[in-house]
Every structure is written in structure tokens, then in C-alpha cells.
Design a binder for this molecule. Structure first.
Ligand code: KIV
Length: 262
């Protein structure tokens, strides 16, 4: 009974879809229960992104993130939040082989974390898989434009400029039944055109101001990241500097016997 009540308070996927044309959709990444708890009140959905491999595990890219890592962090984010819709990324190698591989792993993610849906990267080439998942009850957030899991193939994390391809990808994932799509690192005119043409919400990251919503990696936005921070990120806090000062003060206090106090 209590559980039903808690679940009923969460933002649902149909509610997120209805925001298109109403007001911008707010989203951030979260990988831990404590951060999810802080963000929960303020966002429409939290994404447990595979960017966690780079942001919190210090990996050079997202390719070594495993399904078990996504499930452990996805479950933590669901436990740490009450209101936001939670979406969990499918990691590299967990969905590309076939629609049935994707379904088996998506079902594990959903049943073991309690999240509302999954995200996977790819456009036209993933349309069959997206349709297979959606027909079987798995809500899918698509991801077009820059695909970090393809970074080796395209030579890095580069802005995507092939308008006709990205547009065709966005139409393909819409037709396949995705409930929304991330558009990463495209020219703003491309994402504006996509947002006007497709019926599902577009969630931009480095894709300009005309998407139906925005997402950022939280650690980039609060200034906690130590690695490369993309130029499109706006910093809303300086957490790295604040922690550095706090730790310096603590170390000085301990060395000077000022902490703990007598
Ligand atoms: O992994 C991730 O955090 C993402 C977002 C940047 C959209 O895919």
C-alpha cells in the first residue's frame, strides 16, 4: 500500500510526453542515492547515464561500463528519489546484438532497479530494437546525434553536422515508439528542425535552446568534475573548489589540534 502511494507520486512517462509544447522538460544525470535525493524535487526525470564510467569511475570513455554497474547505480537512484521519473542507460554491448538481447537486459534493468524506462543510443539502425522493446512494455528514451558509445568509430566526441541523417534518425526512433529522444551535440538549427518535425519530446545536450527539454551531466553543472567539461556546459556551482577548501581547513585543524575541540 505504502509502495503504491510512493510510486503514484513519481512523474510518469505519459506526463513527460505531454510536456512537449507546454513547458521545457528539466533533466539531470544522477548516479548515487545522495545526489538523486538532492535533485529529485527539481527535475522531471533523472538519467542514470553511462557517463558515470567517465565521471565517477575515471574511465576514458563509456565503453567499459557494465550492466551490473548500471543496475547497482540505477537501484541507488531509485531508492534516493521519490518524485522524479528515473531512466537508466543501457551500456555498450548490452543491446546492439539483437532485439531479444536488448529485451532480456532491459527487463533486468527495469525489474532490478525499479526504474521507469531505459535509454539506448542509435537512430535508424536501432529502430527495430526500439519497436521490439516498446511492444513488450519497455519505455525507451532514444539518443541521436553524437553517440558516445561510437566515439572510437567517429574519432572522438565531435559535434554532429549531417542534418539529413540526424533528422532521419529522429523520425525513425519516433516511428519505432520511443517516448522521447536525447539529441547530443548537434548544430542548433538541426535540433530546432527535429523538435518542430517530430511528435515526441527532444531533450538536448549541447544541441541549442530550441529542444523541448535540456539535460546536463550534474557533476559538470555543479563544478565537481575533474575531467574535460564540454564548452556548452553552464556552471551553477563550484563544488570542486568548495570541497578543496573544506578539506584543506580540516587537514589544518587536525594538524594544529584545533579539531576535535577539547
Ligand atoms: O550518459 C549520459 O549521461 C548521457 C547524457 C549525457 C545524455 O547519455
Amino acid at each position: 500500500m505504502t509502495e503504491t502511494k510512493i510510486m503514484a507520486k513519481r512523474t510518469t512517462i505519459p506526463q513527460i510526453m505531454r510536456l512537449k509544447g507546454q513547458r521545457p522538460i528539466v533533466s539531470l544525470t544522477a548516479y548515487t542515492a545522495s545526489l538523486a535525493n538532492l535533485l529529485d524535487e527539481h527535475v522531471d526525470f533523472l538519467l542514470v547515464g553511462d557517463s558515470m564510467g567517465m565521471v565517477i569511475y575515471g574511465m576514458p570513455n563509456t565503453l567499459s561500463v557494465t550492466l551490473d554497474m548500471m543496475i547497482a547505480h540505477g537501484a541507488a537512484v531509485v531508492r534516493g528519489s521519490k518524485k522524479a521519473c528515473v531512466i537508466v542507460d543501457m551500456p555498450f554491448g548490452s543491446y546492439q546484438a539483437s532485439p531479444s538481447q536488448a529485451f532480456e537486459n532491459a527487463a533486468r534493468i527495469m525489474s532490478e532497479t525499479g526504474c521507469a524506462g531505459i535509454k539506448l543510443e542509435g537512430g535508424q539502425e536501432m529502430a527495430e530494437t526500439i519497436a521490439f522493446l516498446v511492444e513488450r512494455g519497455v519505455p525507451v528514451l532514444a539518443h541521436v546525434g553524437l553517440l558516445p558509445q561510437h566515439a572510437n568509430q567517429v574519432g572522438g566526441f565531435l559535434t554532429q553536422r549531417d542534418e539529413e541523417k540526424i533528422l532521419a534518425d529522429a523520425h525513425a526512433v519516433t516511428k519505432a515508439g520511443a517516448f522521447a529522444t536525447v539529441i547530443e551535440c548537434t548544430e542548433p538549427e538541426i535540433s530546432r528542425r527535429i523538435s518542430e518535425e517530430i511528435t515526441i519530446p527532444t531533450i538536448g545536450i549541447g544541441a541549442g535552446a530550441d529542444c523541448d527539454g535540456q539535460i546536463l551531466v550534474t557533476e559538470d553543472m555543479i563544478g565537481q568534475g575533474t575531467g574535460y567539461v564540454p564548452s556548452f556546459v553552464k556552471r551553477y556551482a563550484q563544488v570542486h573548489e568548495d570541497i578543496t577548501k573544506a578539506v584543506q581547513n580540516y587537514a589544518n585543524d587536525v594538524r594544529n589540534r584545533d579539531f576535535p575541540s577539547k
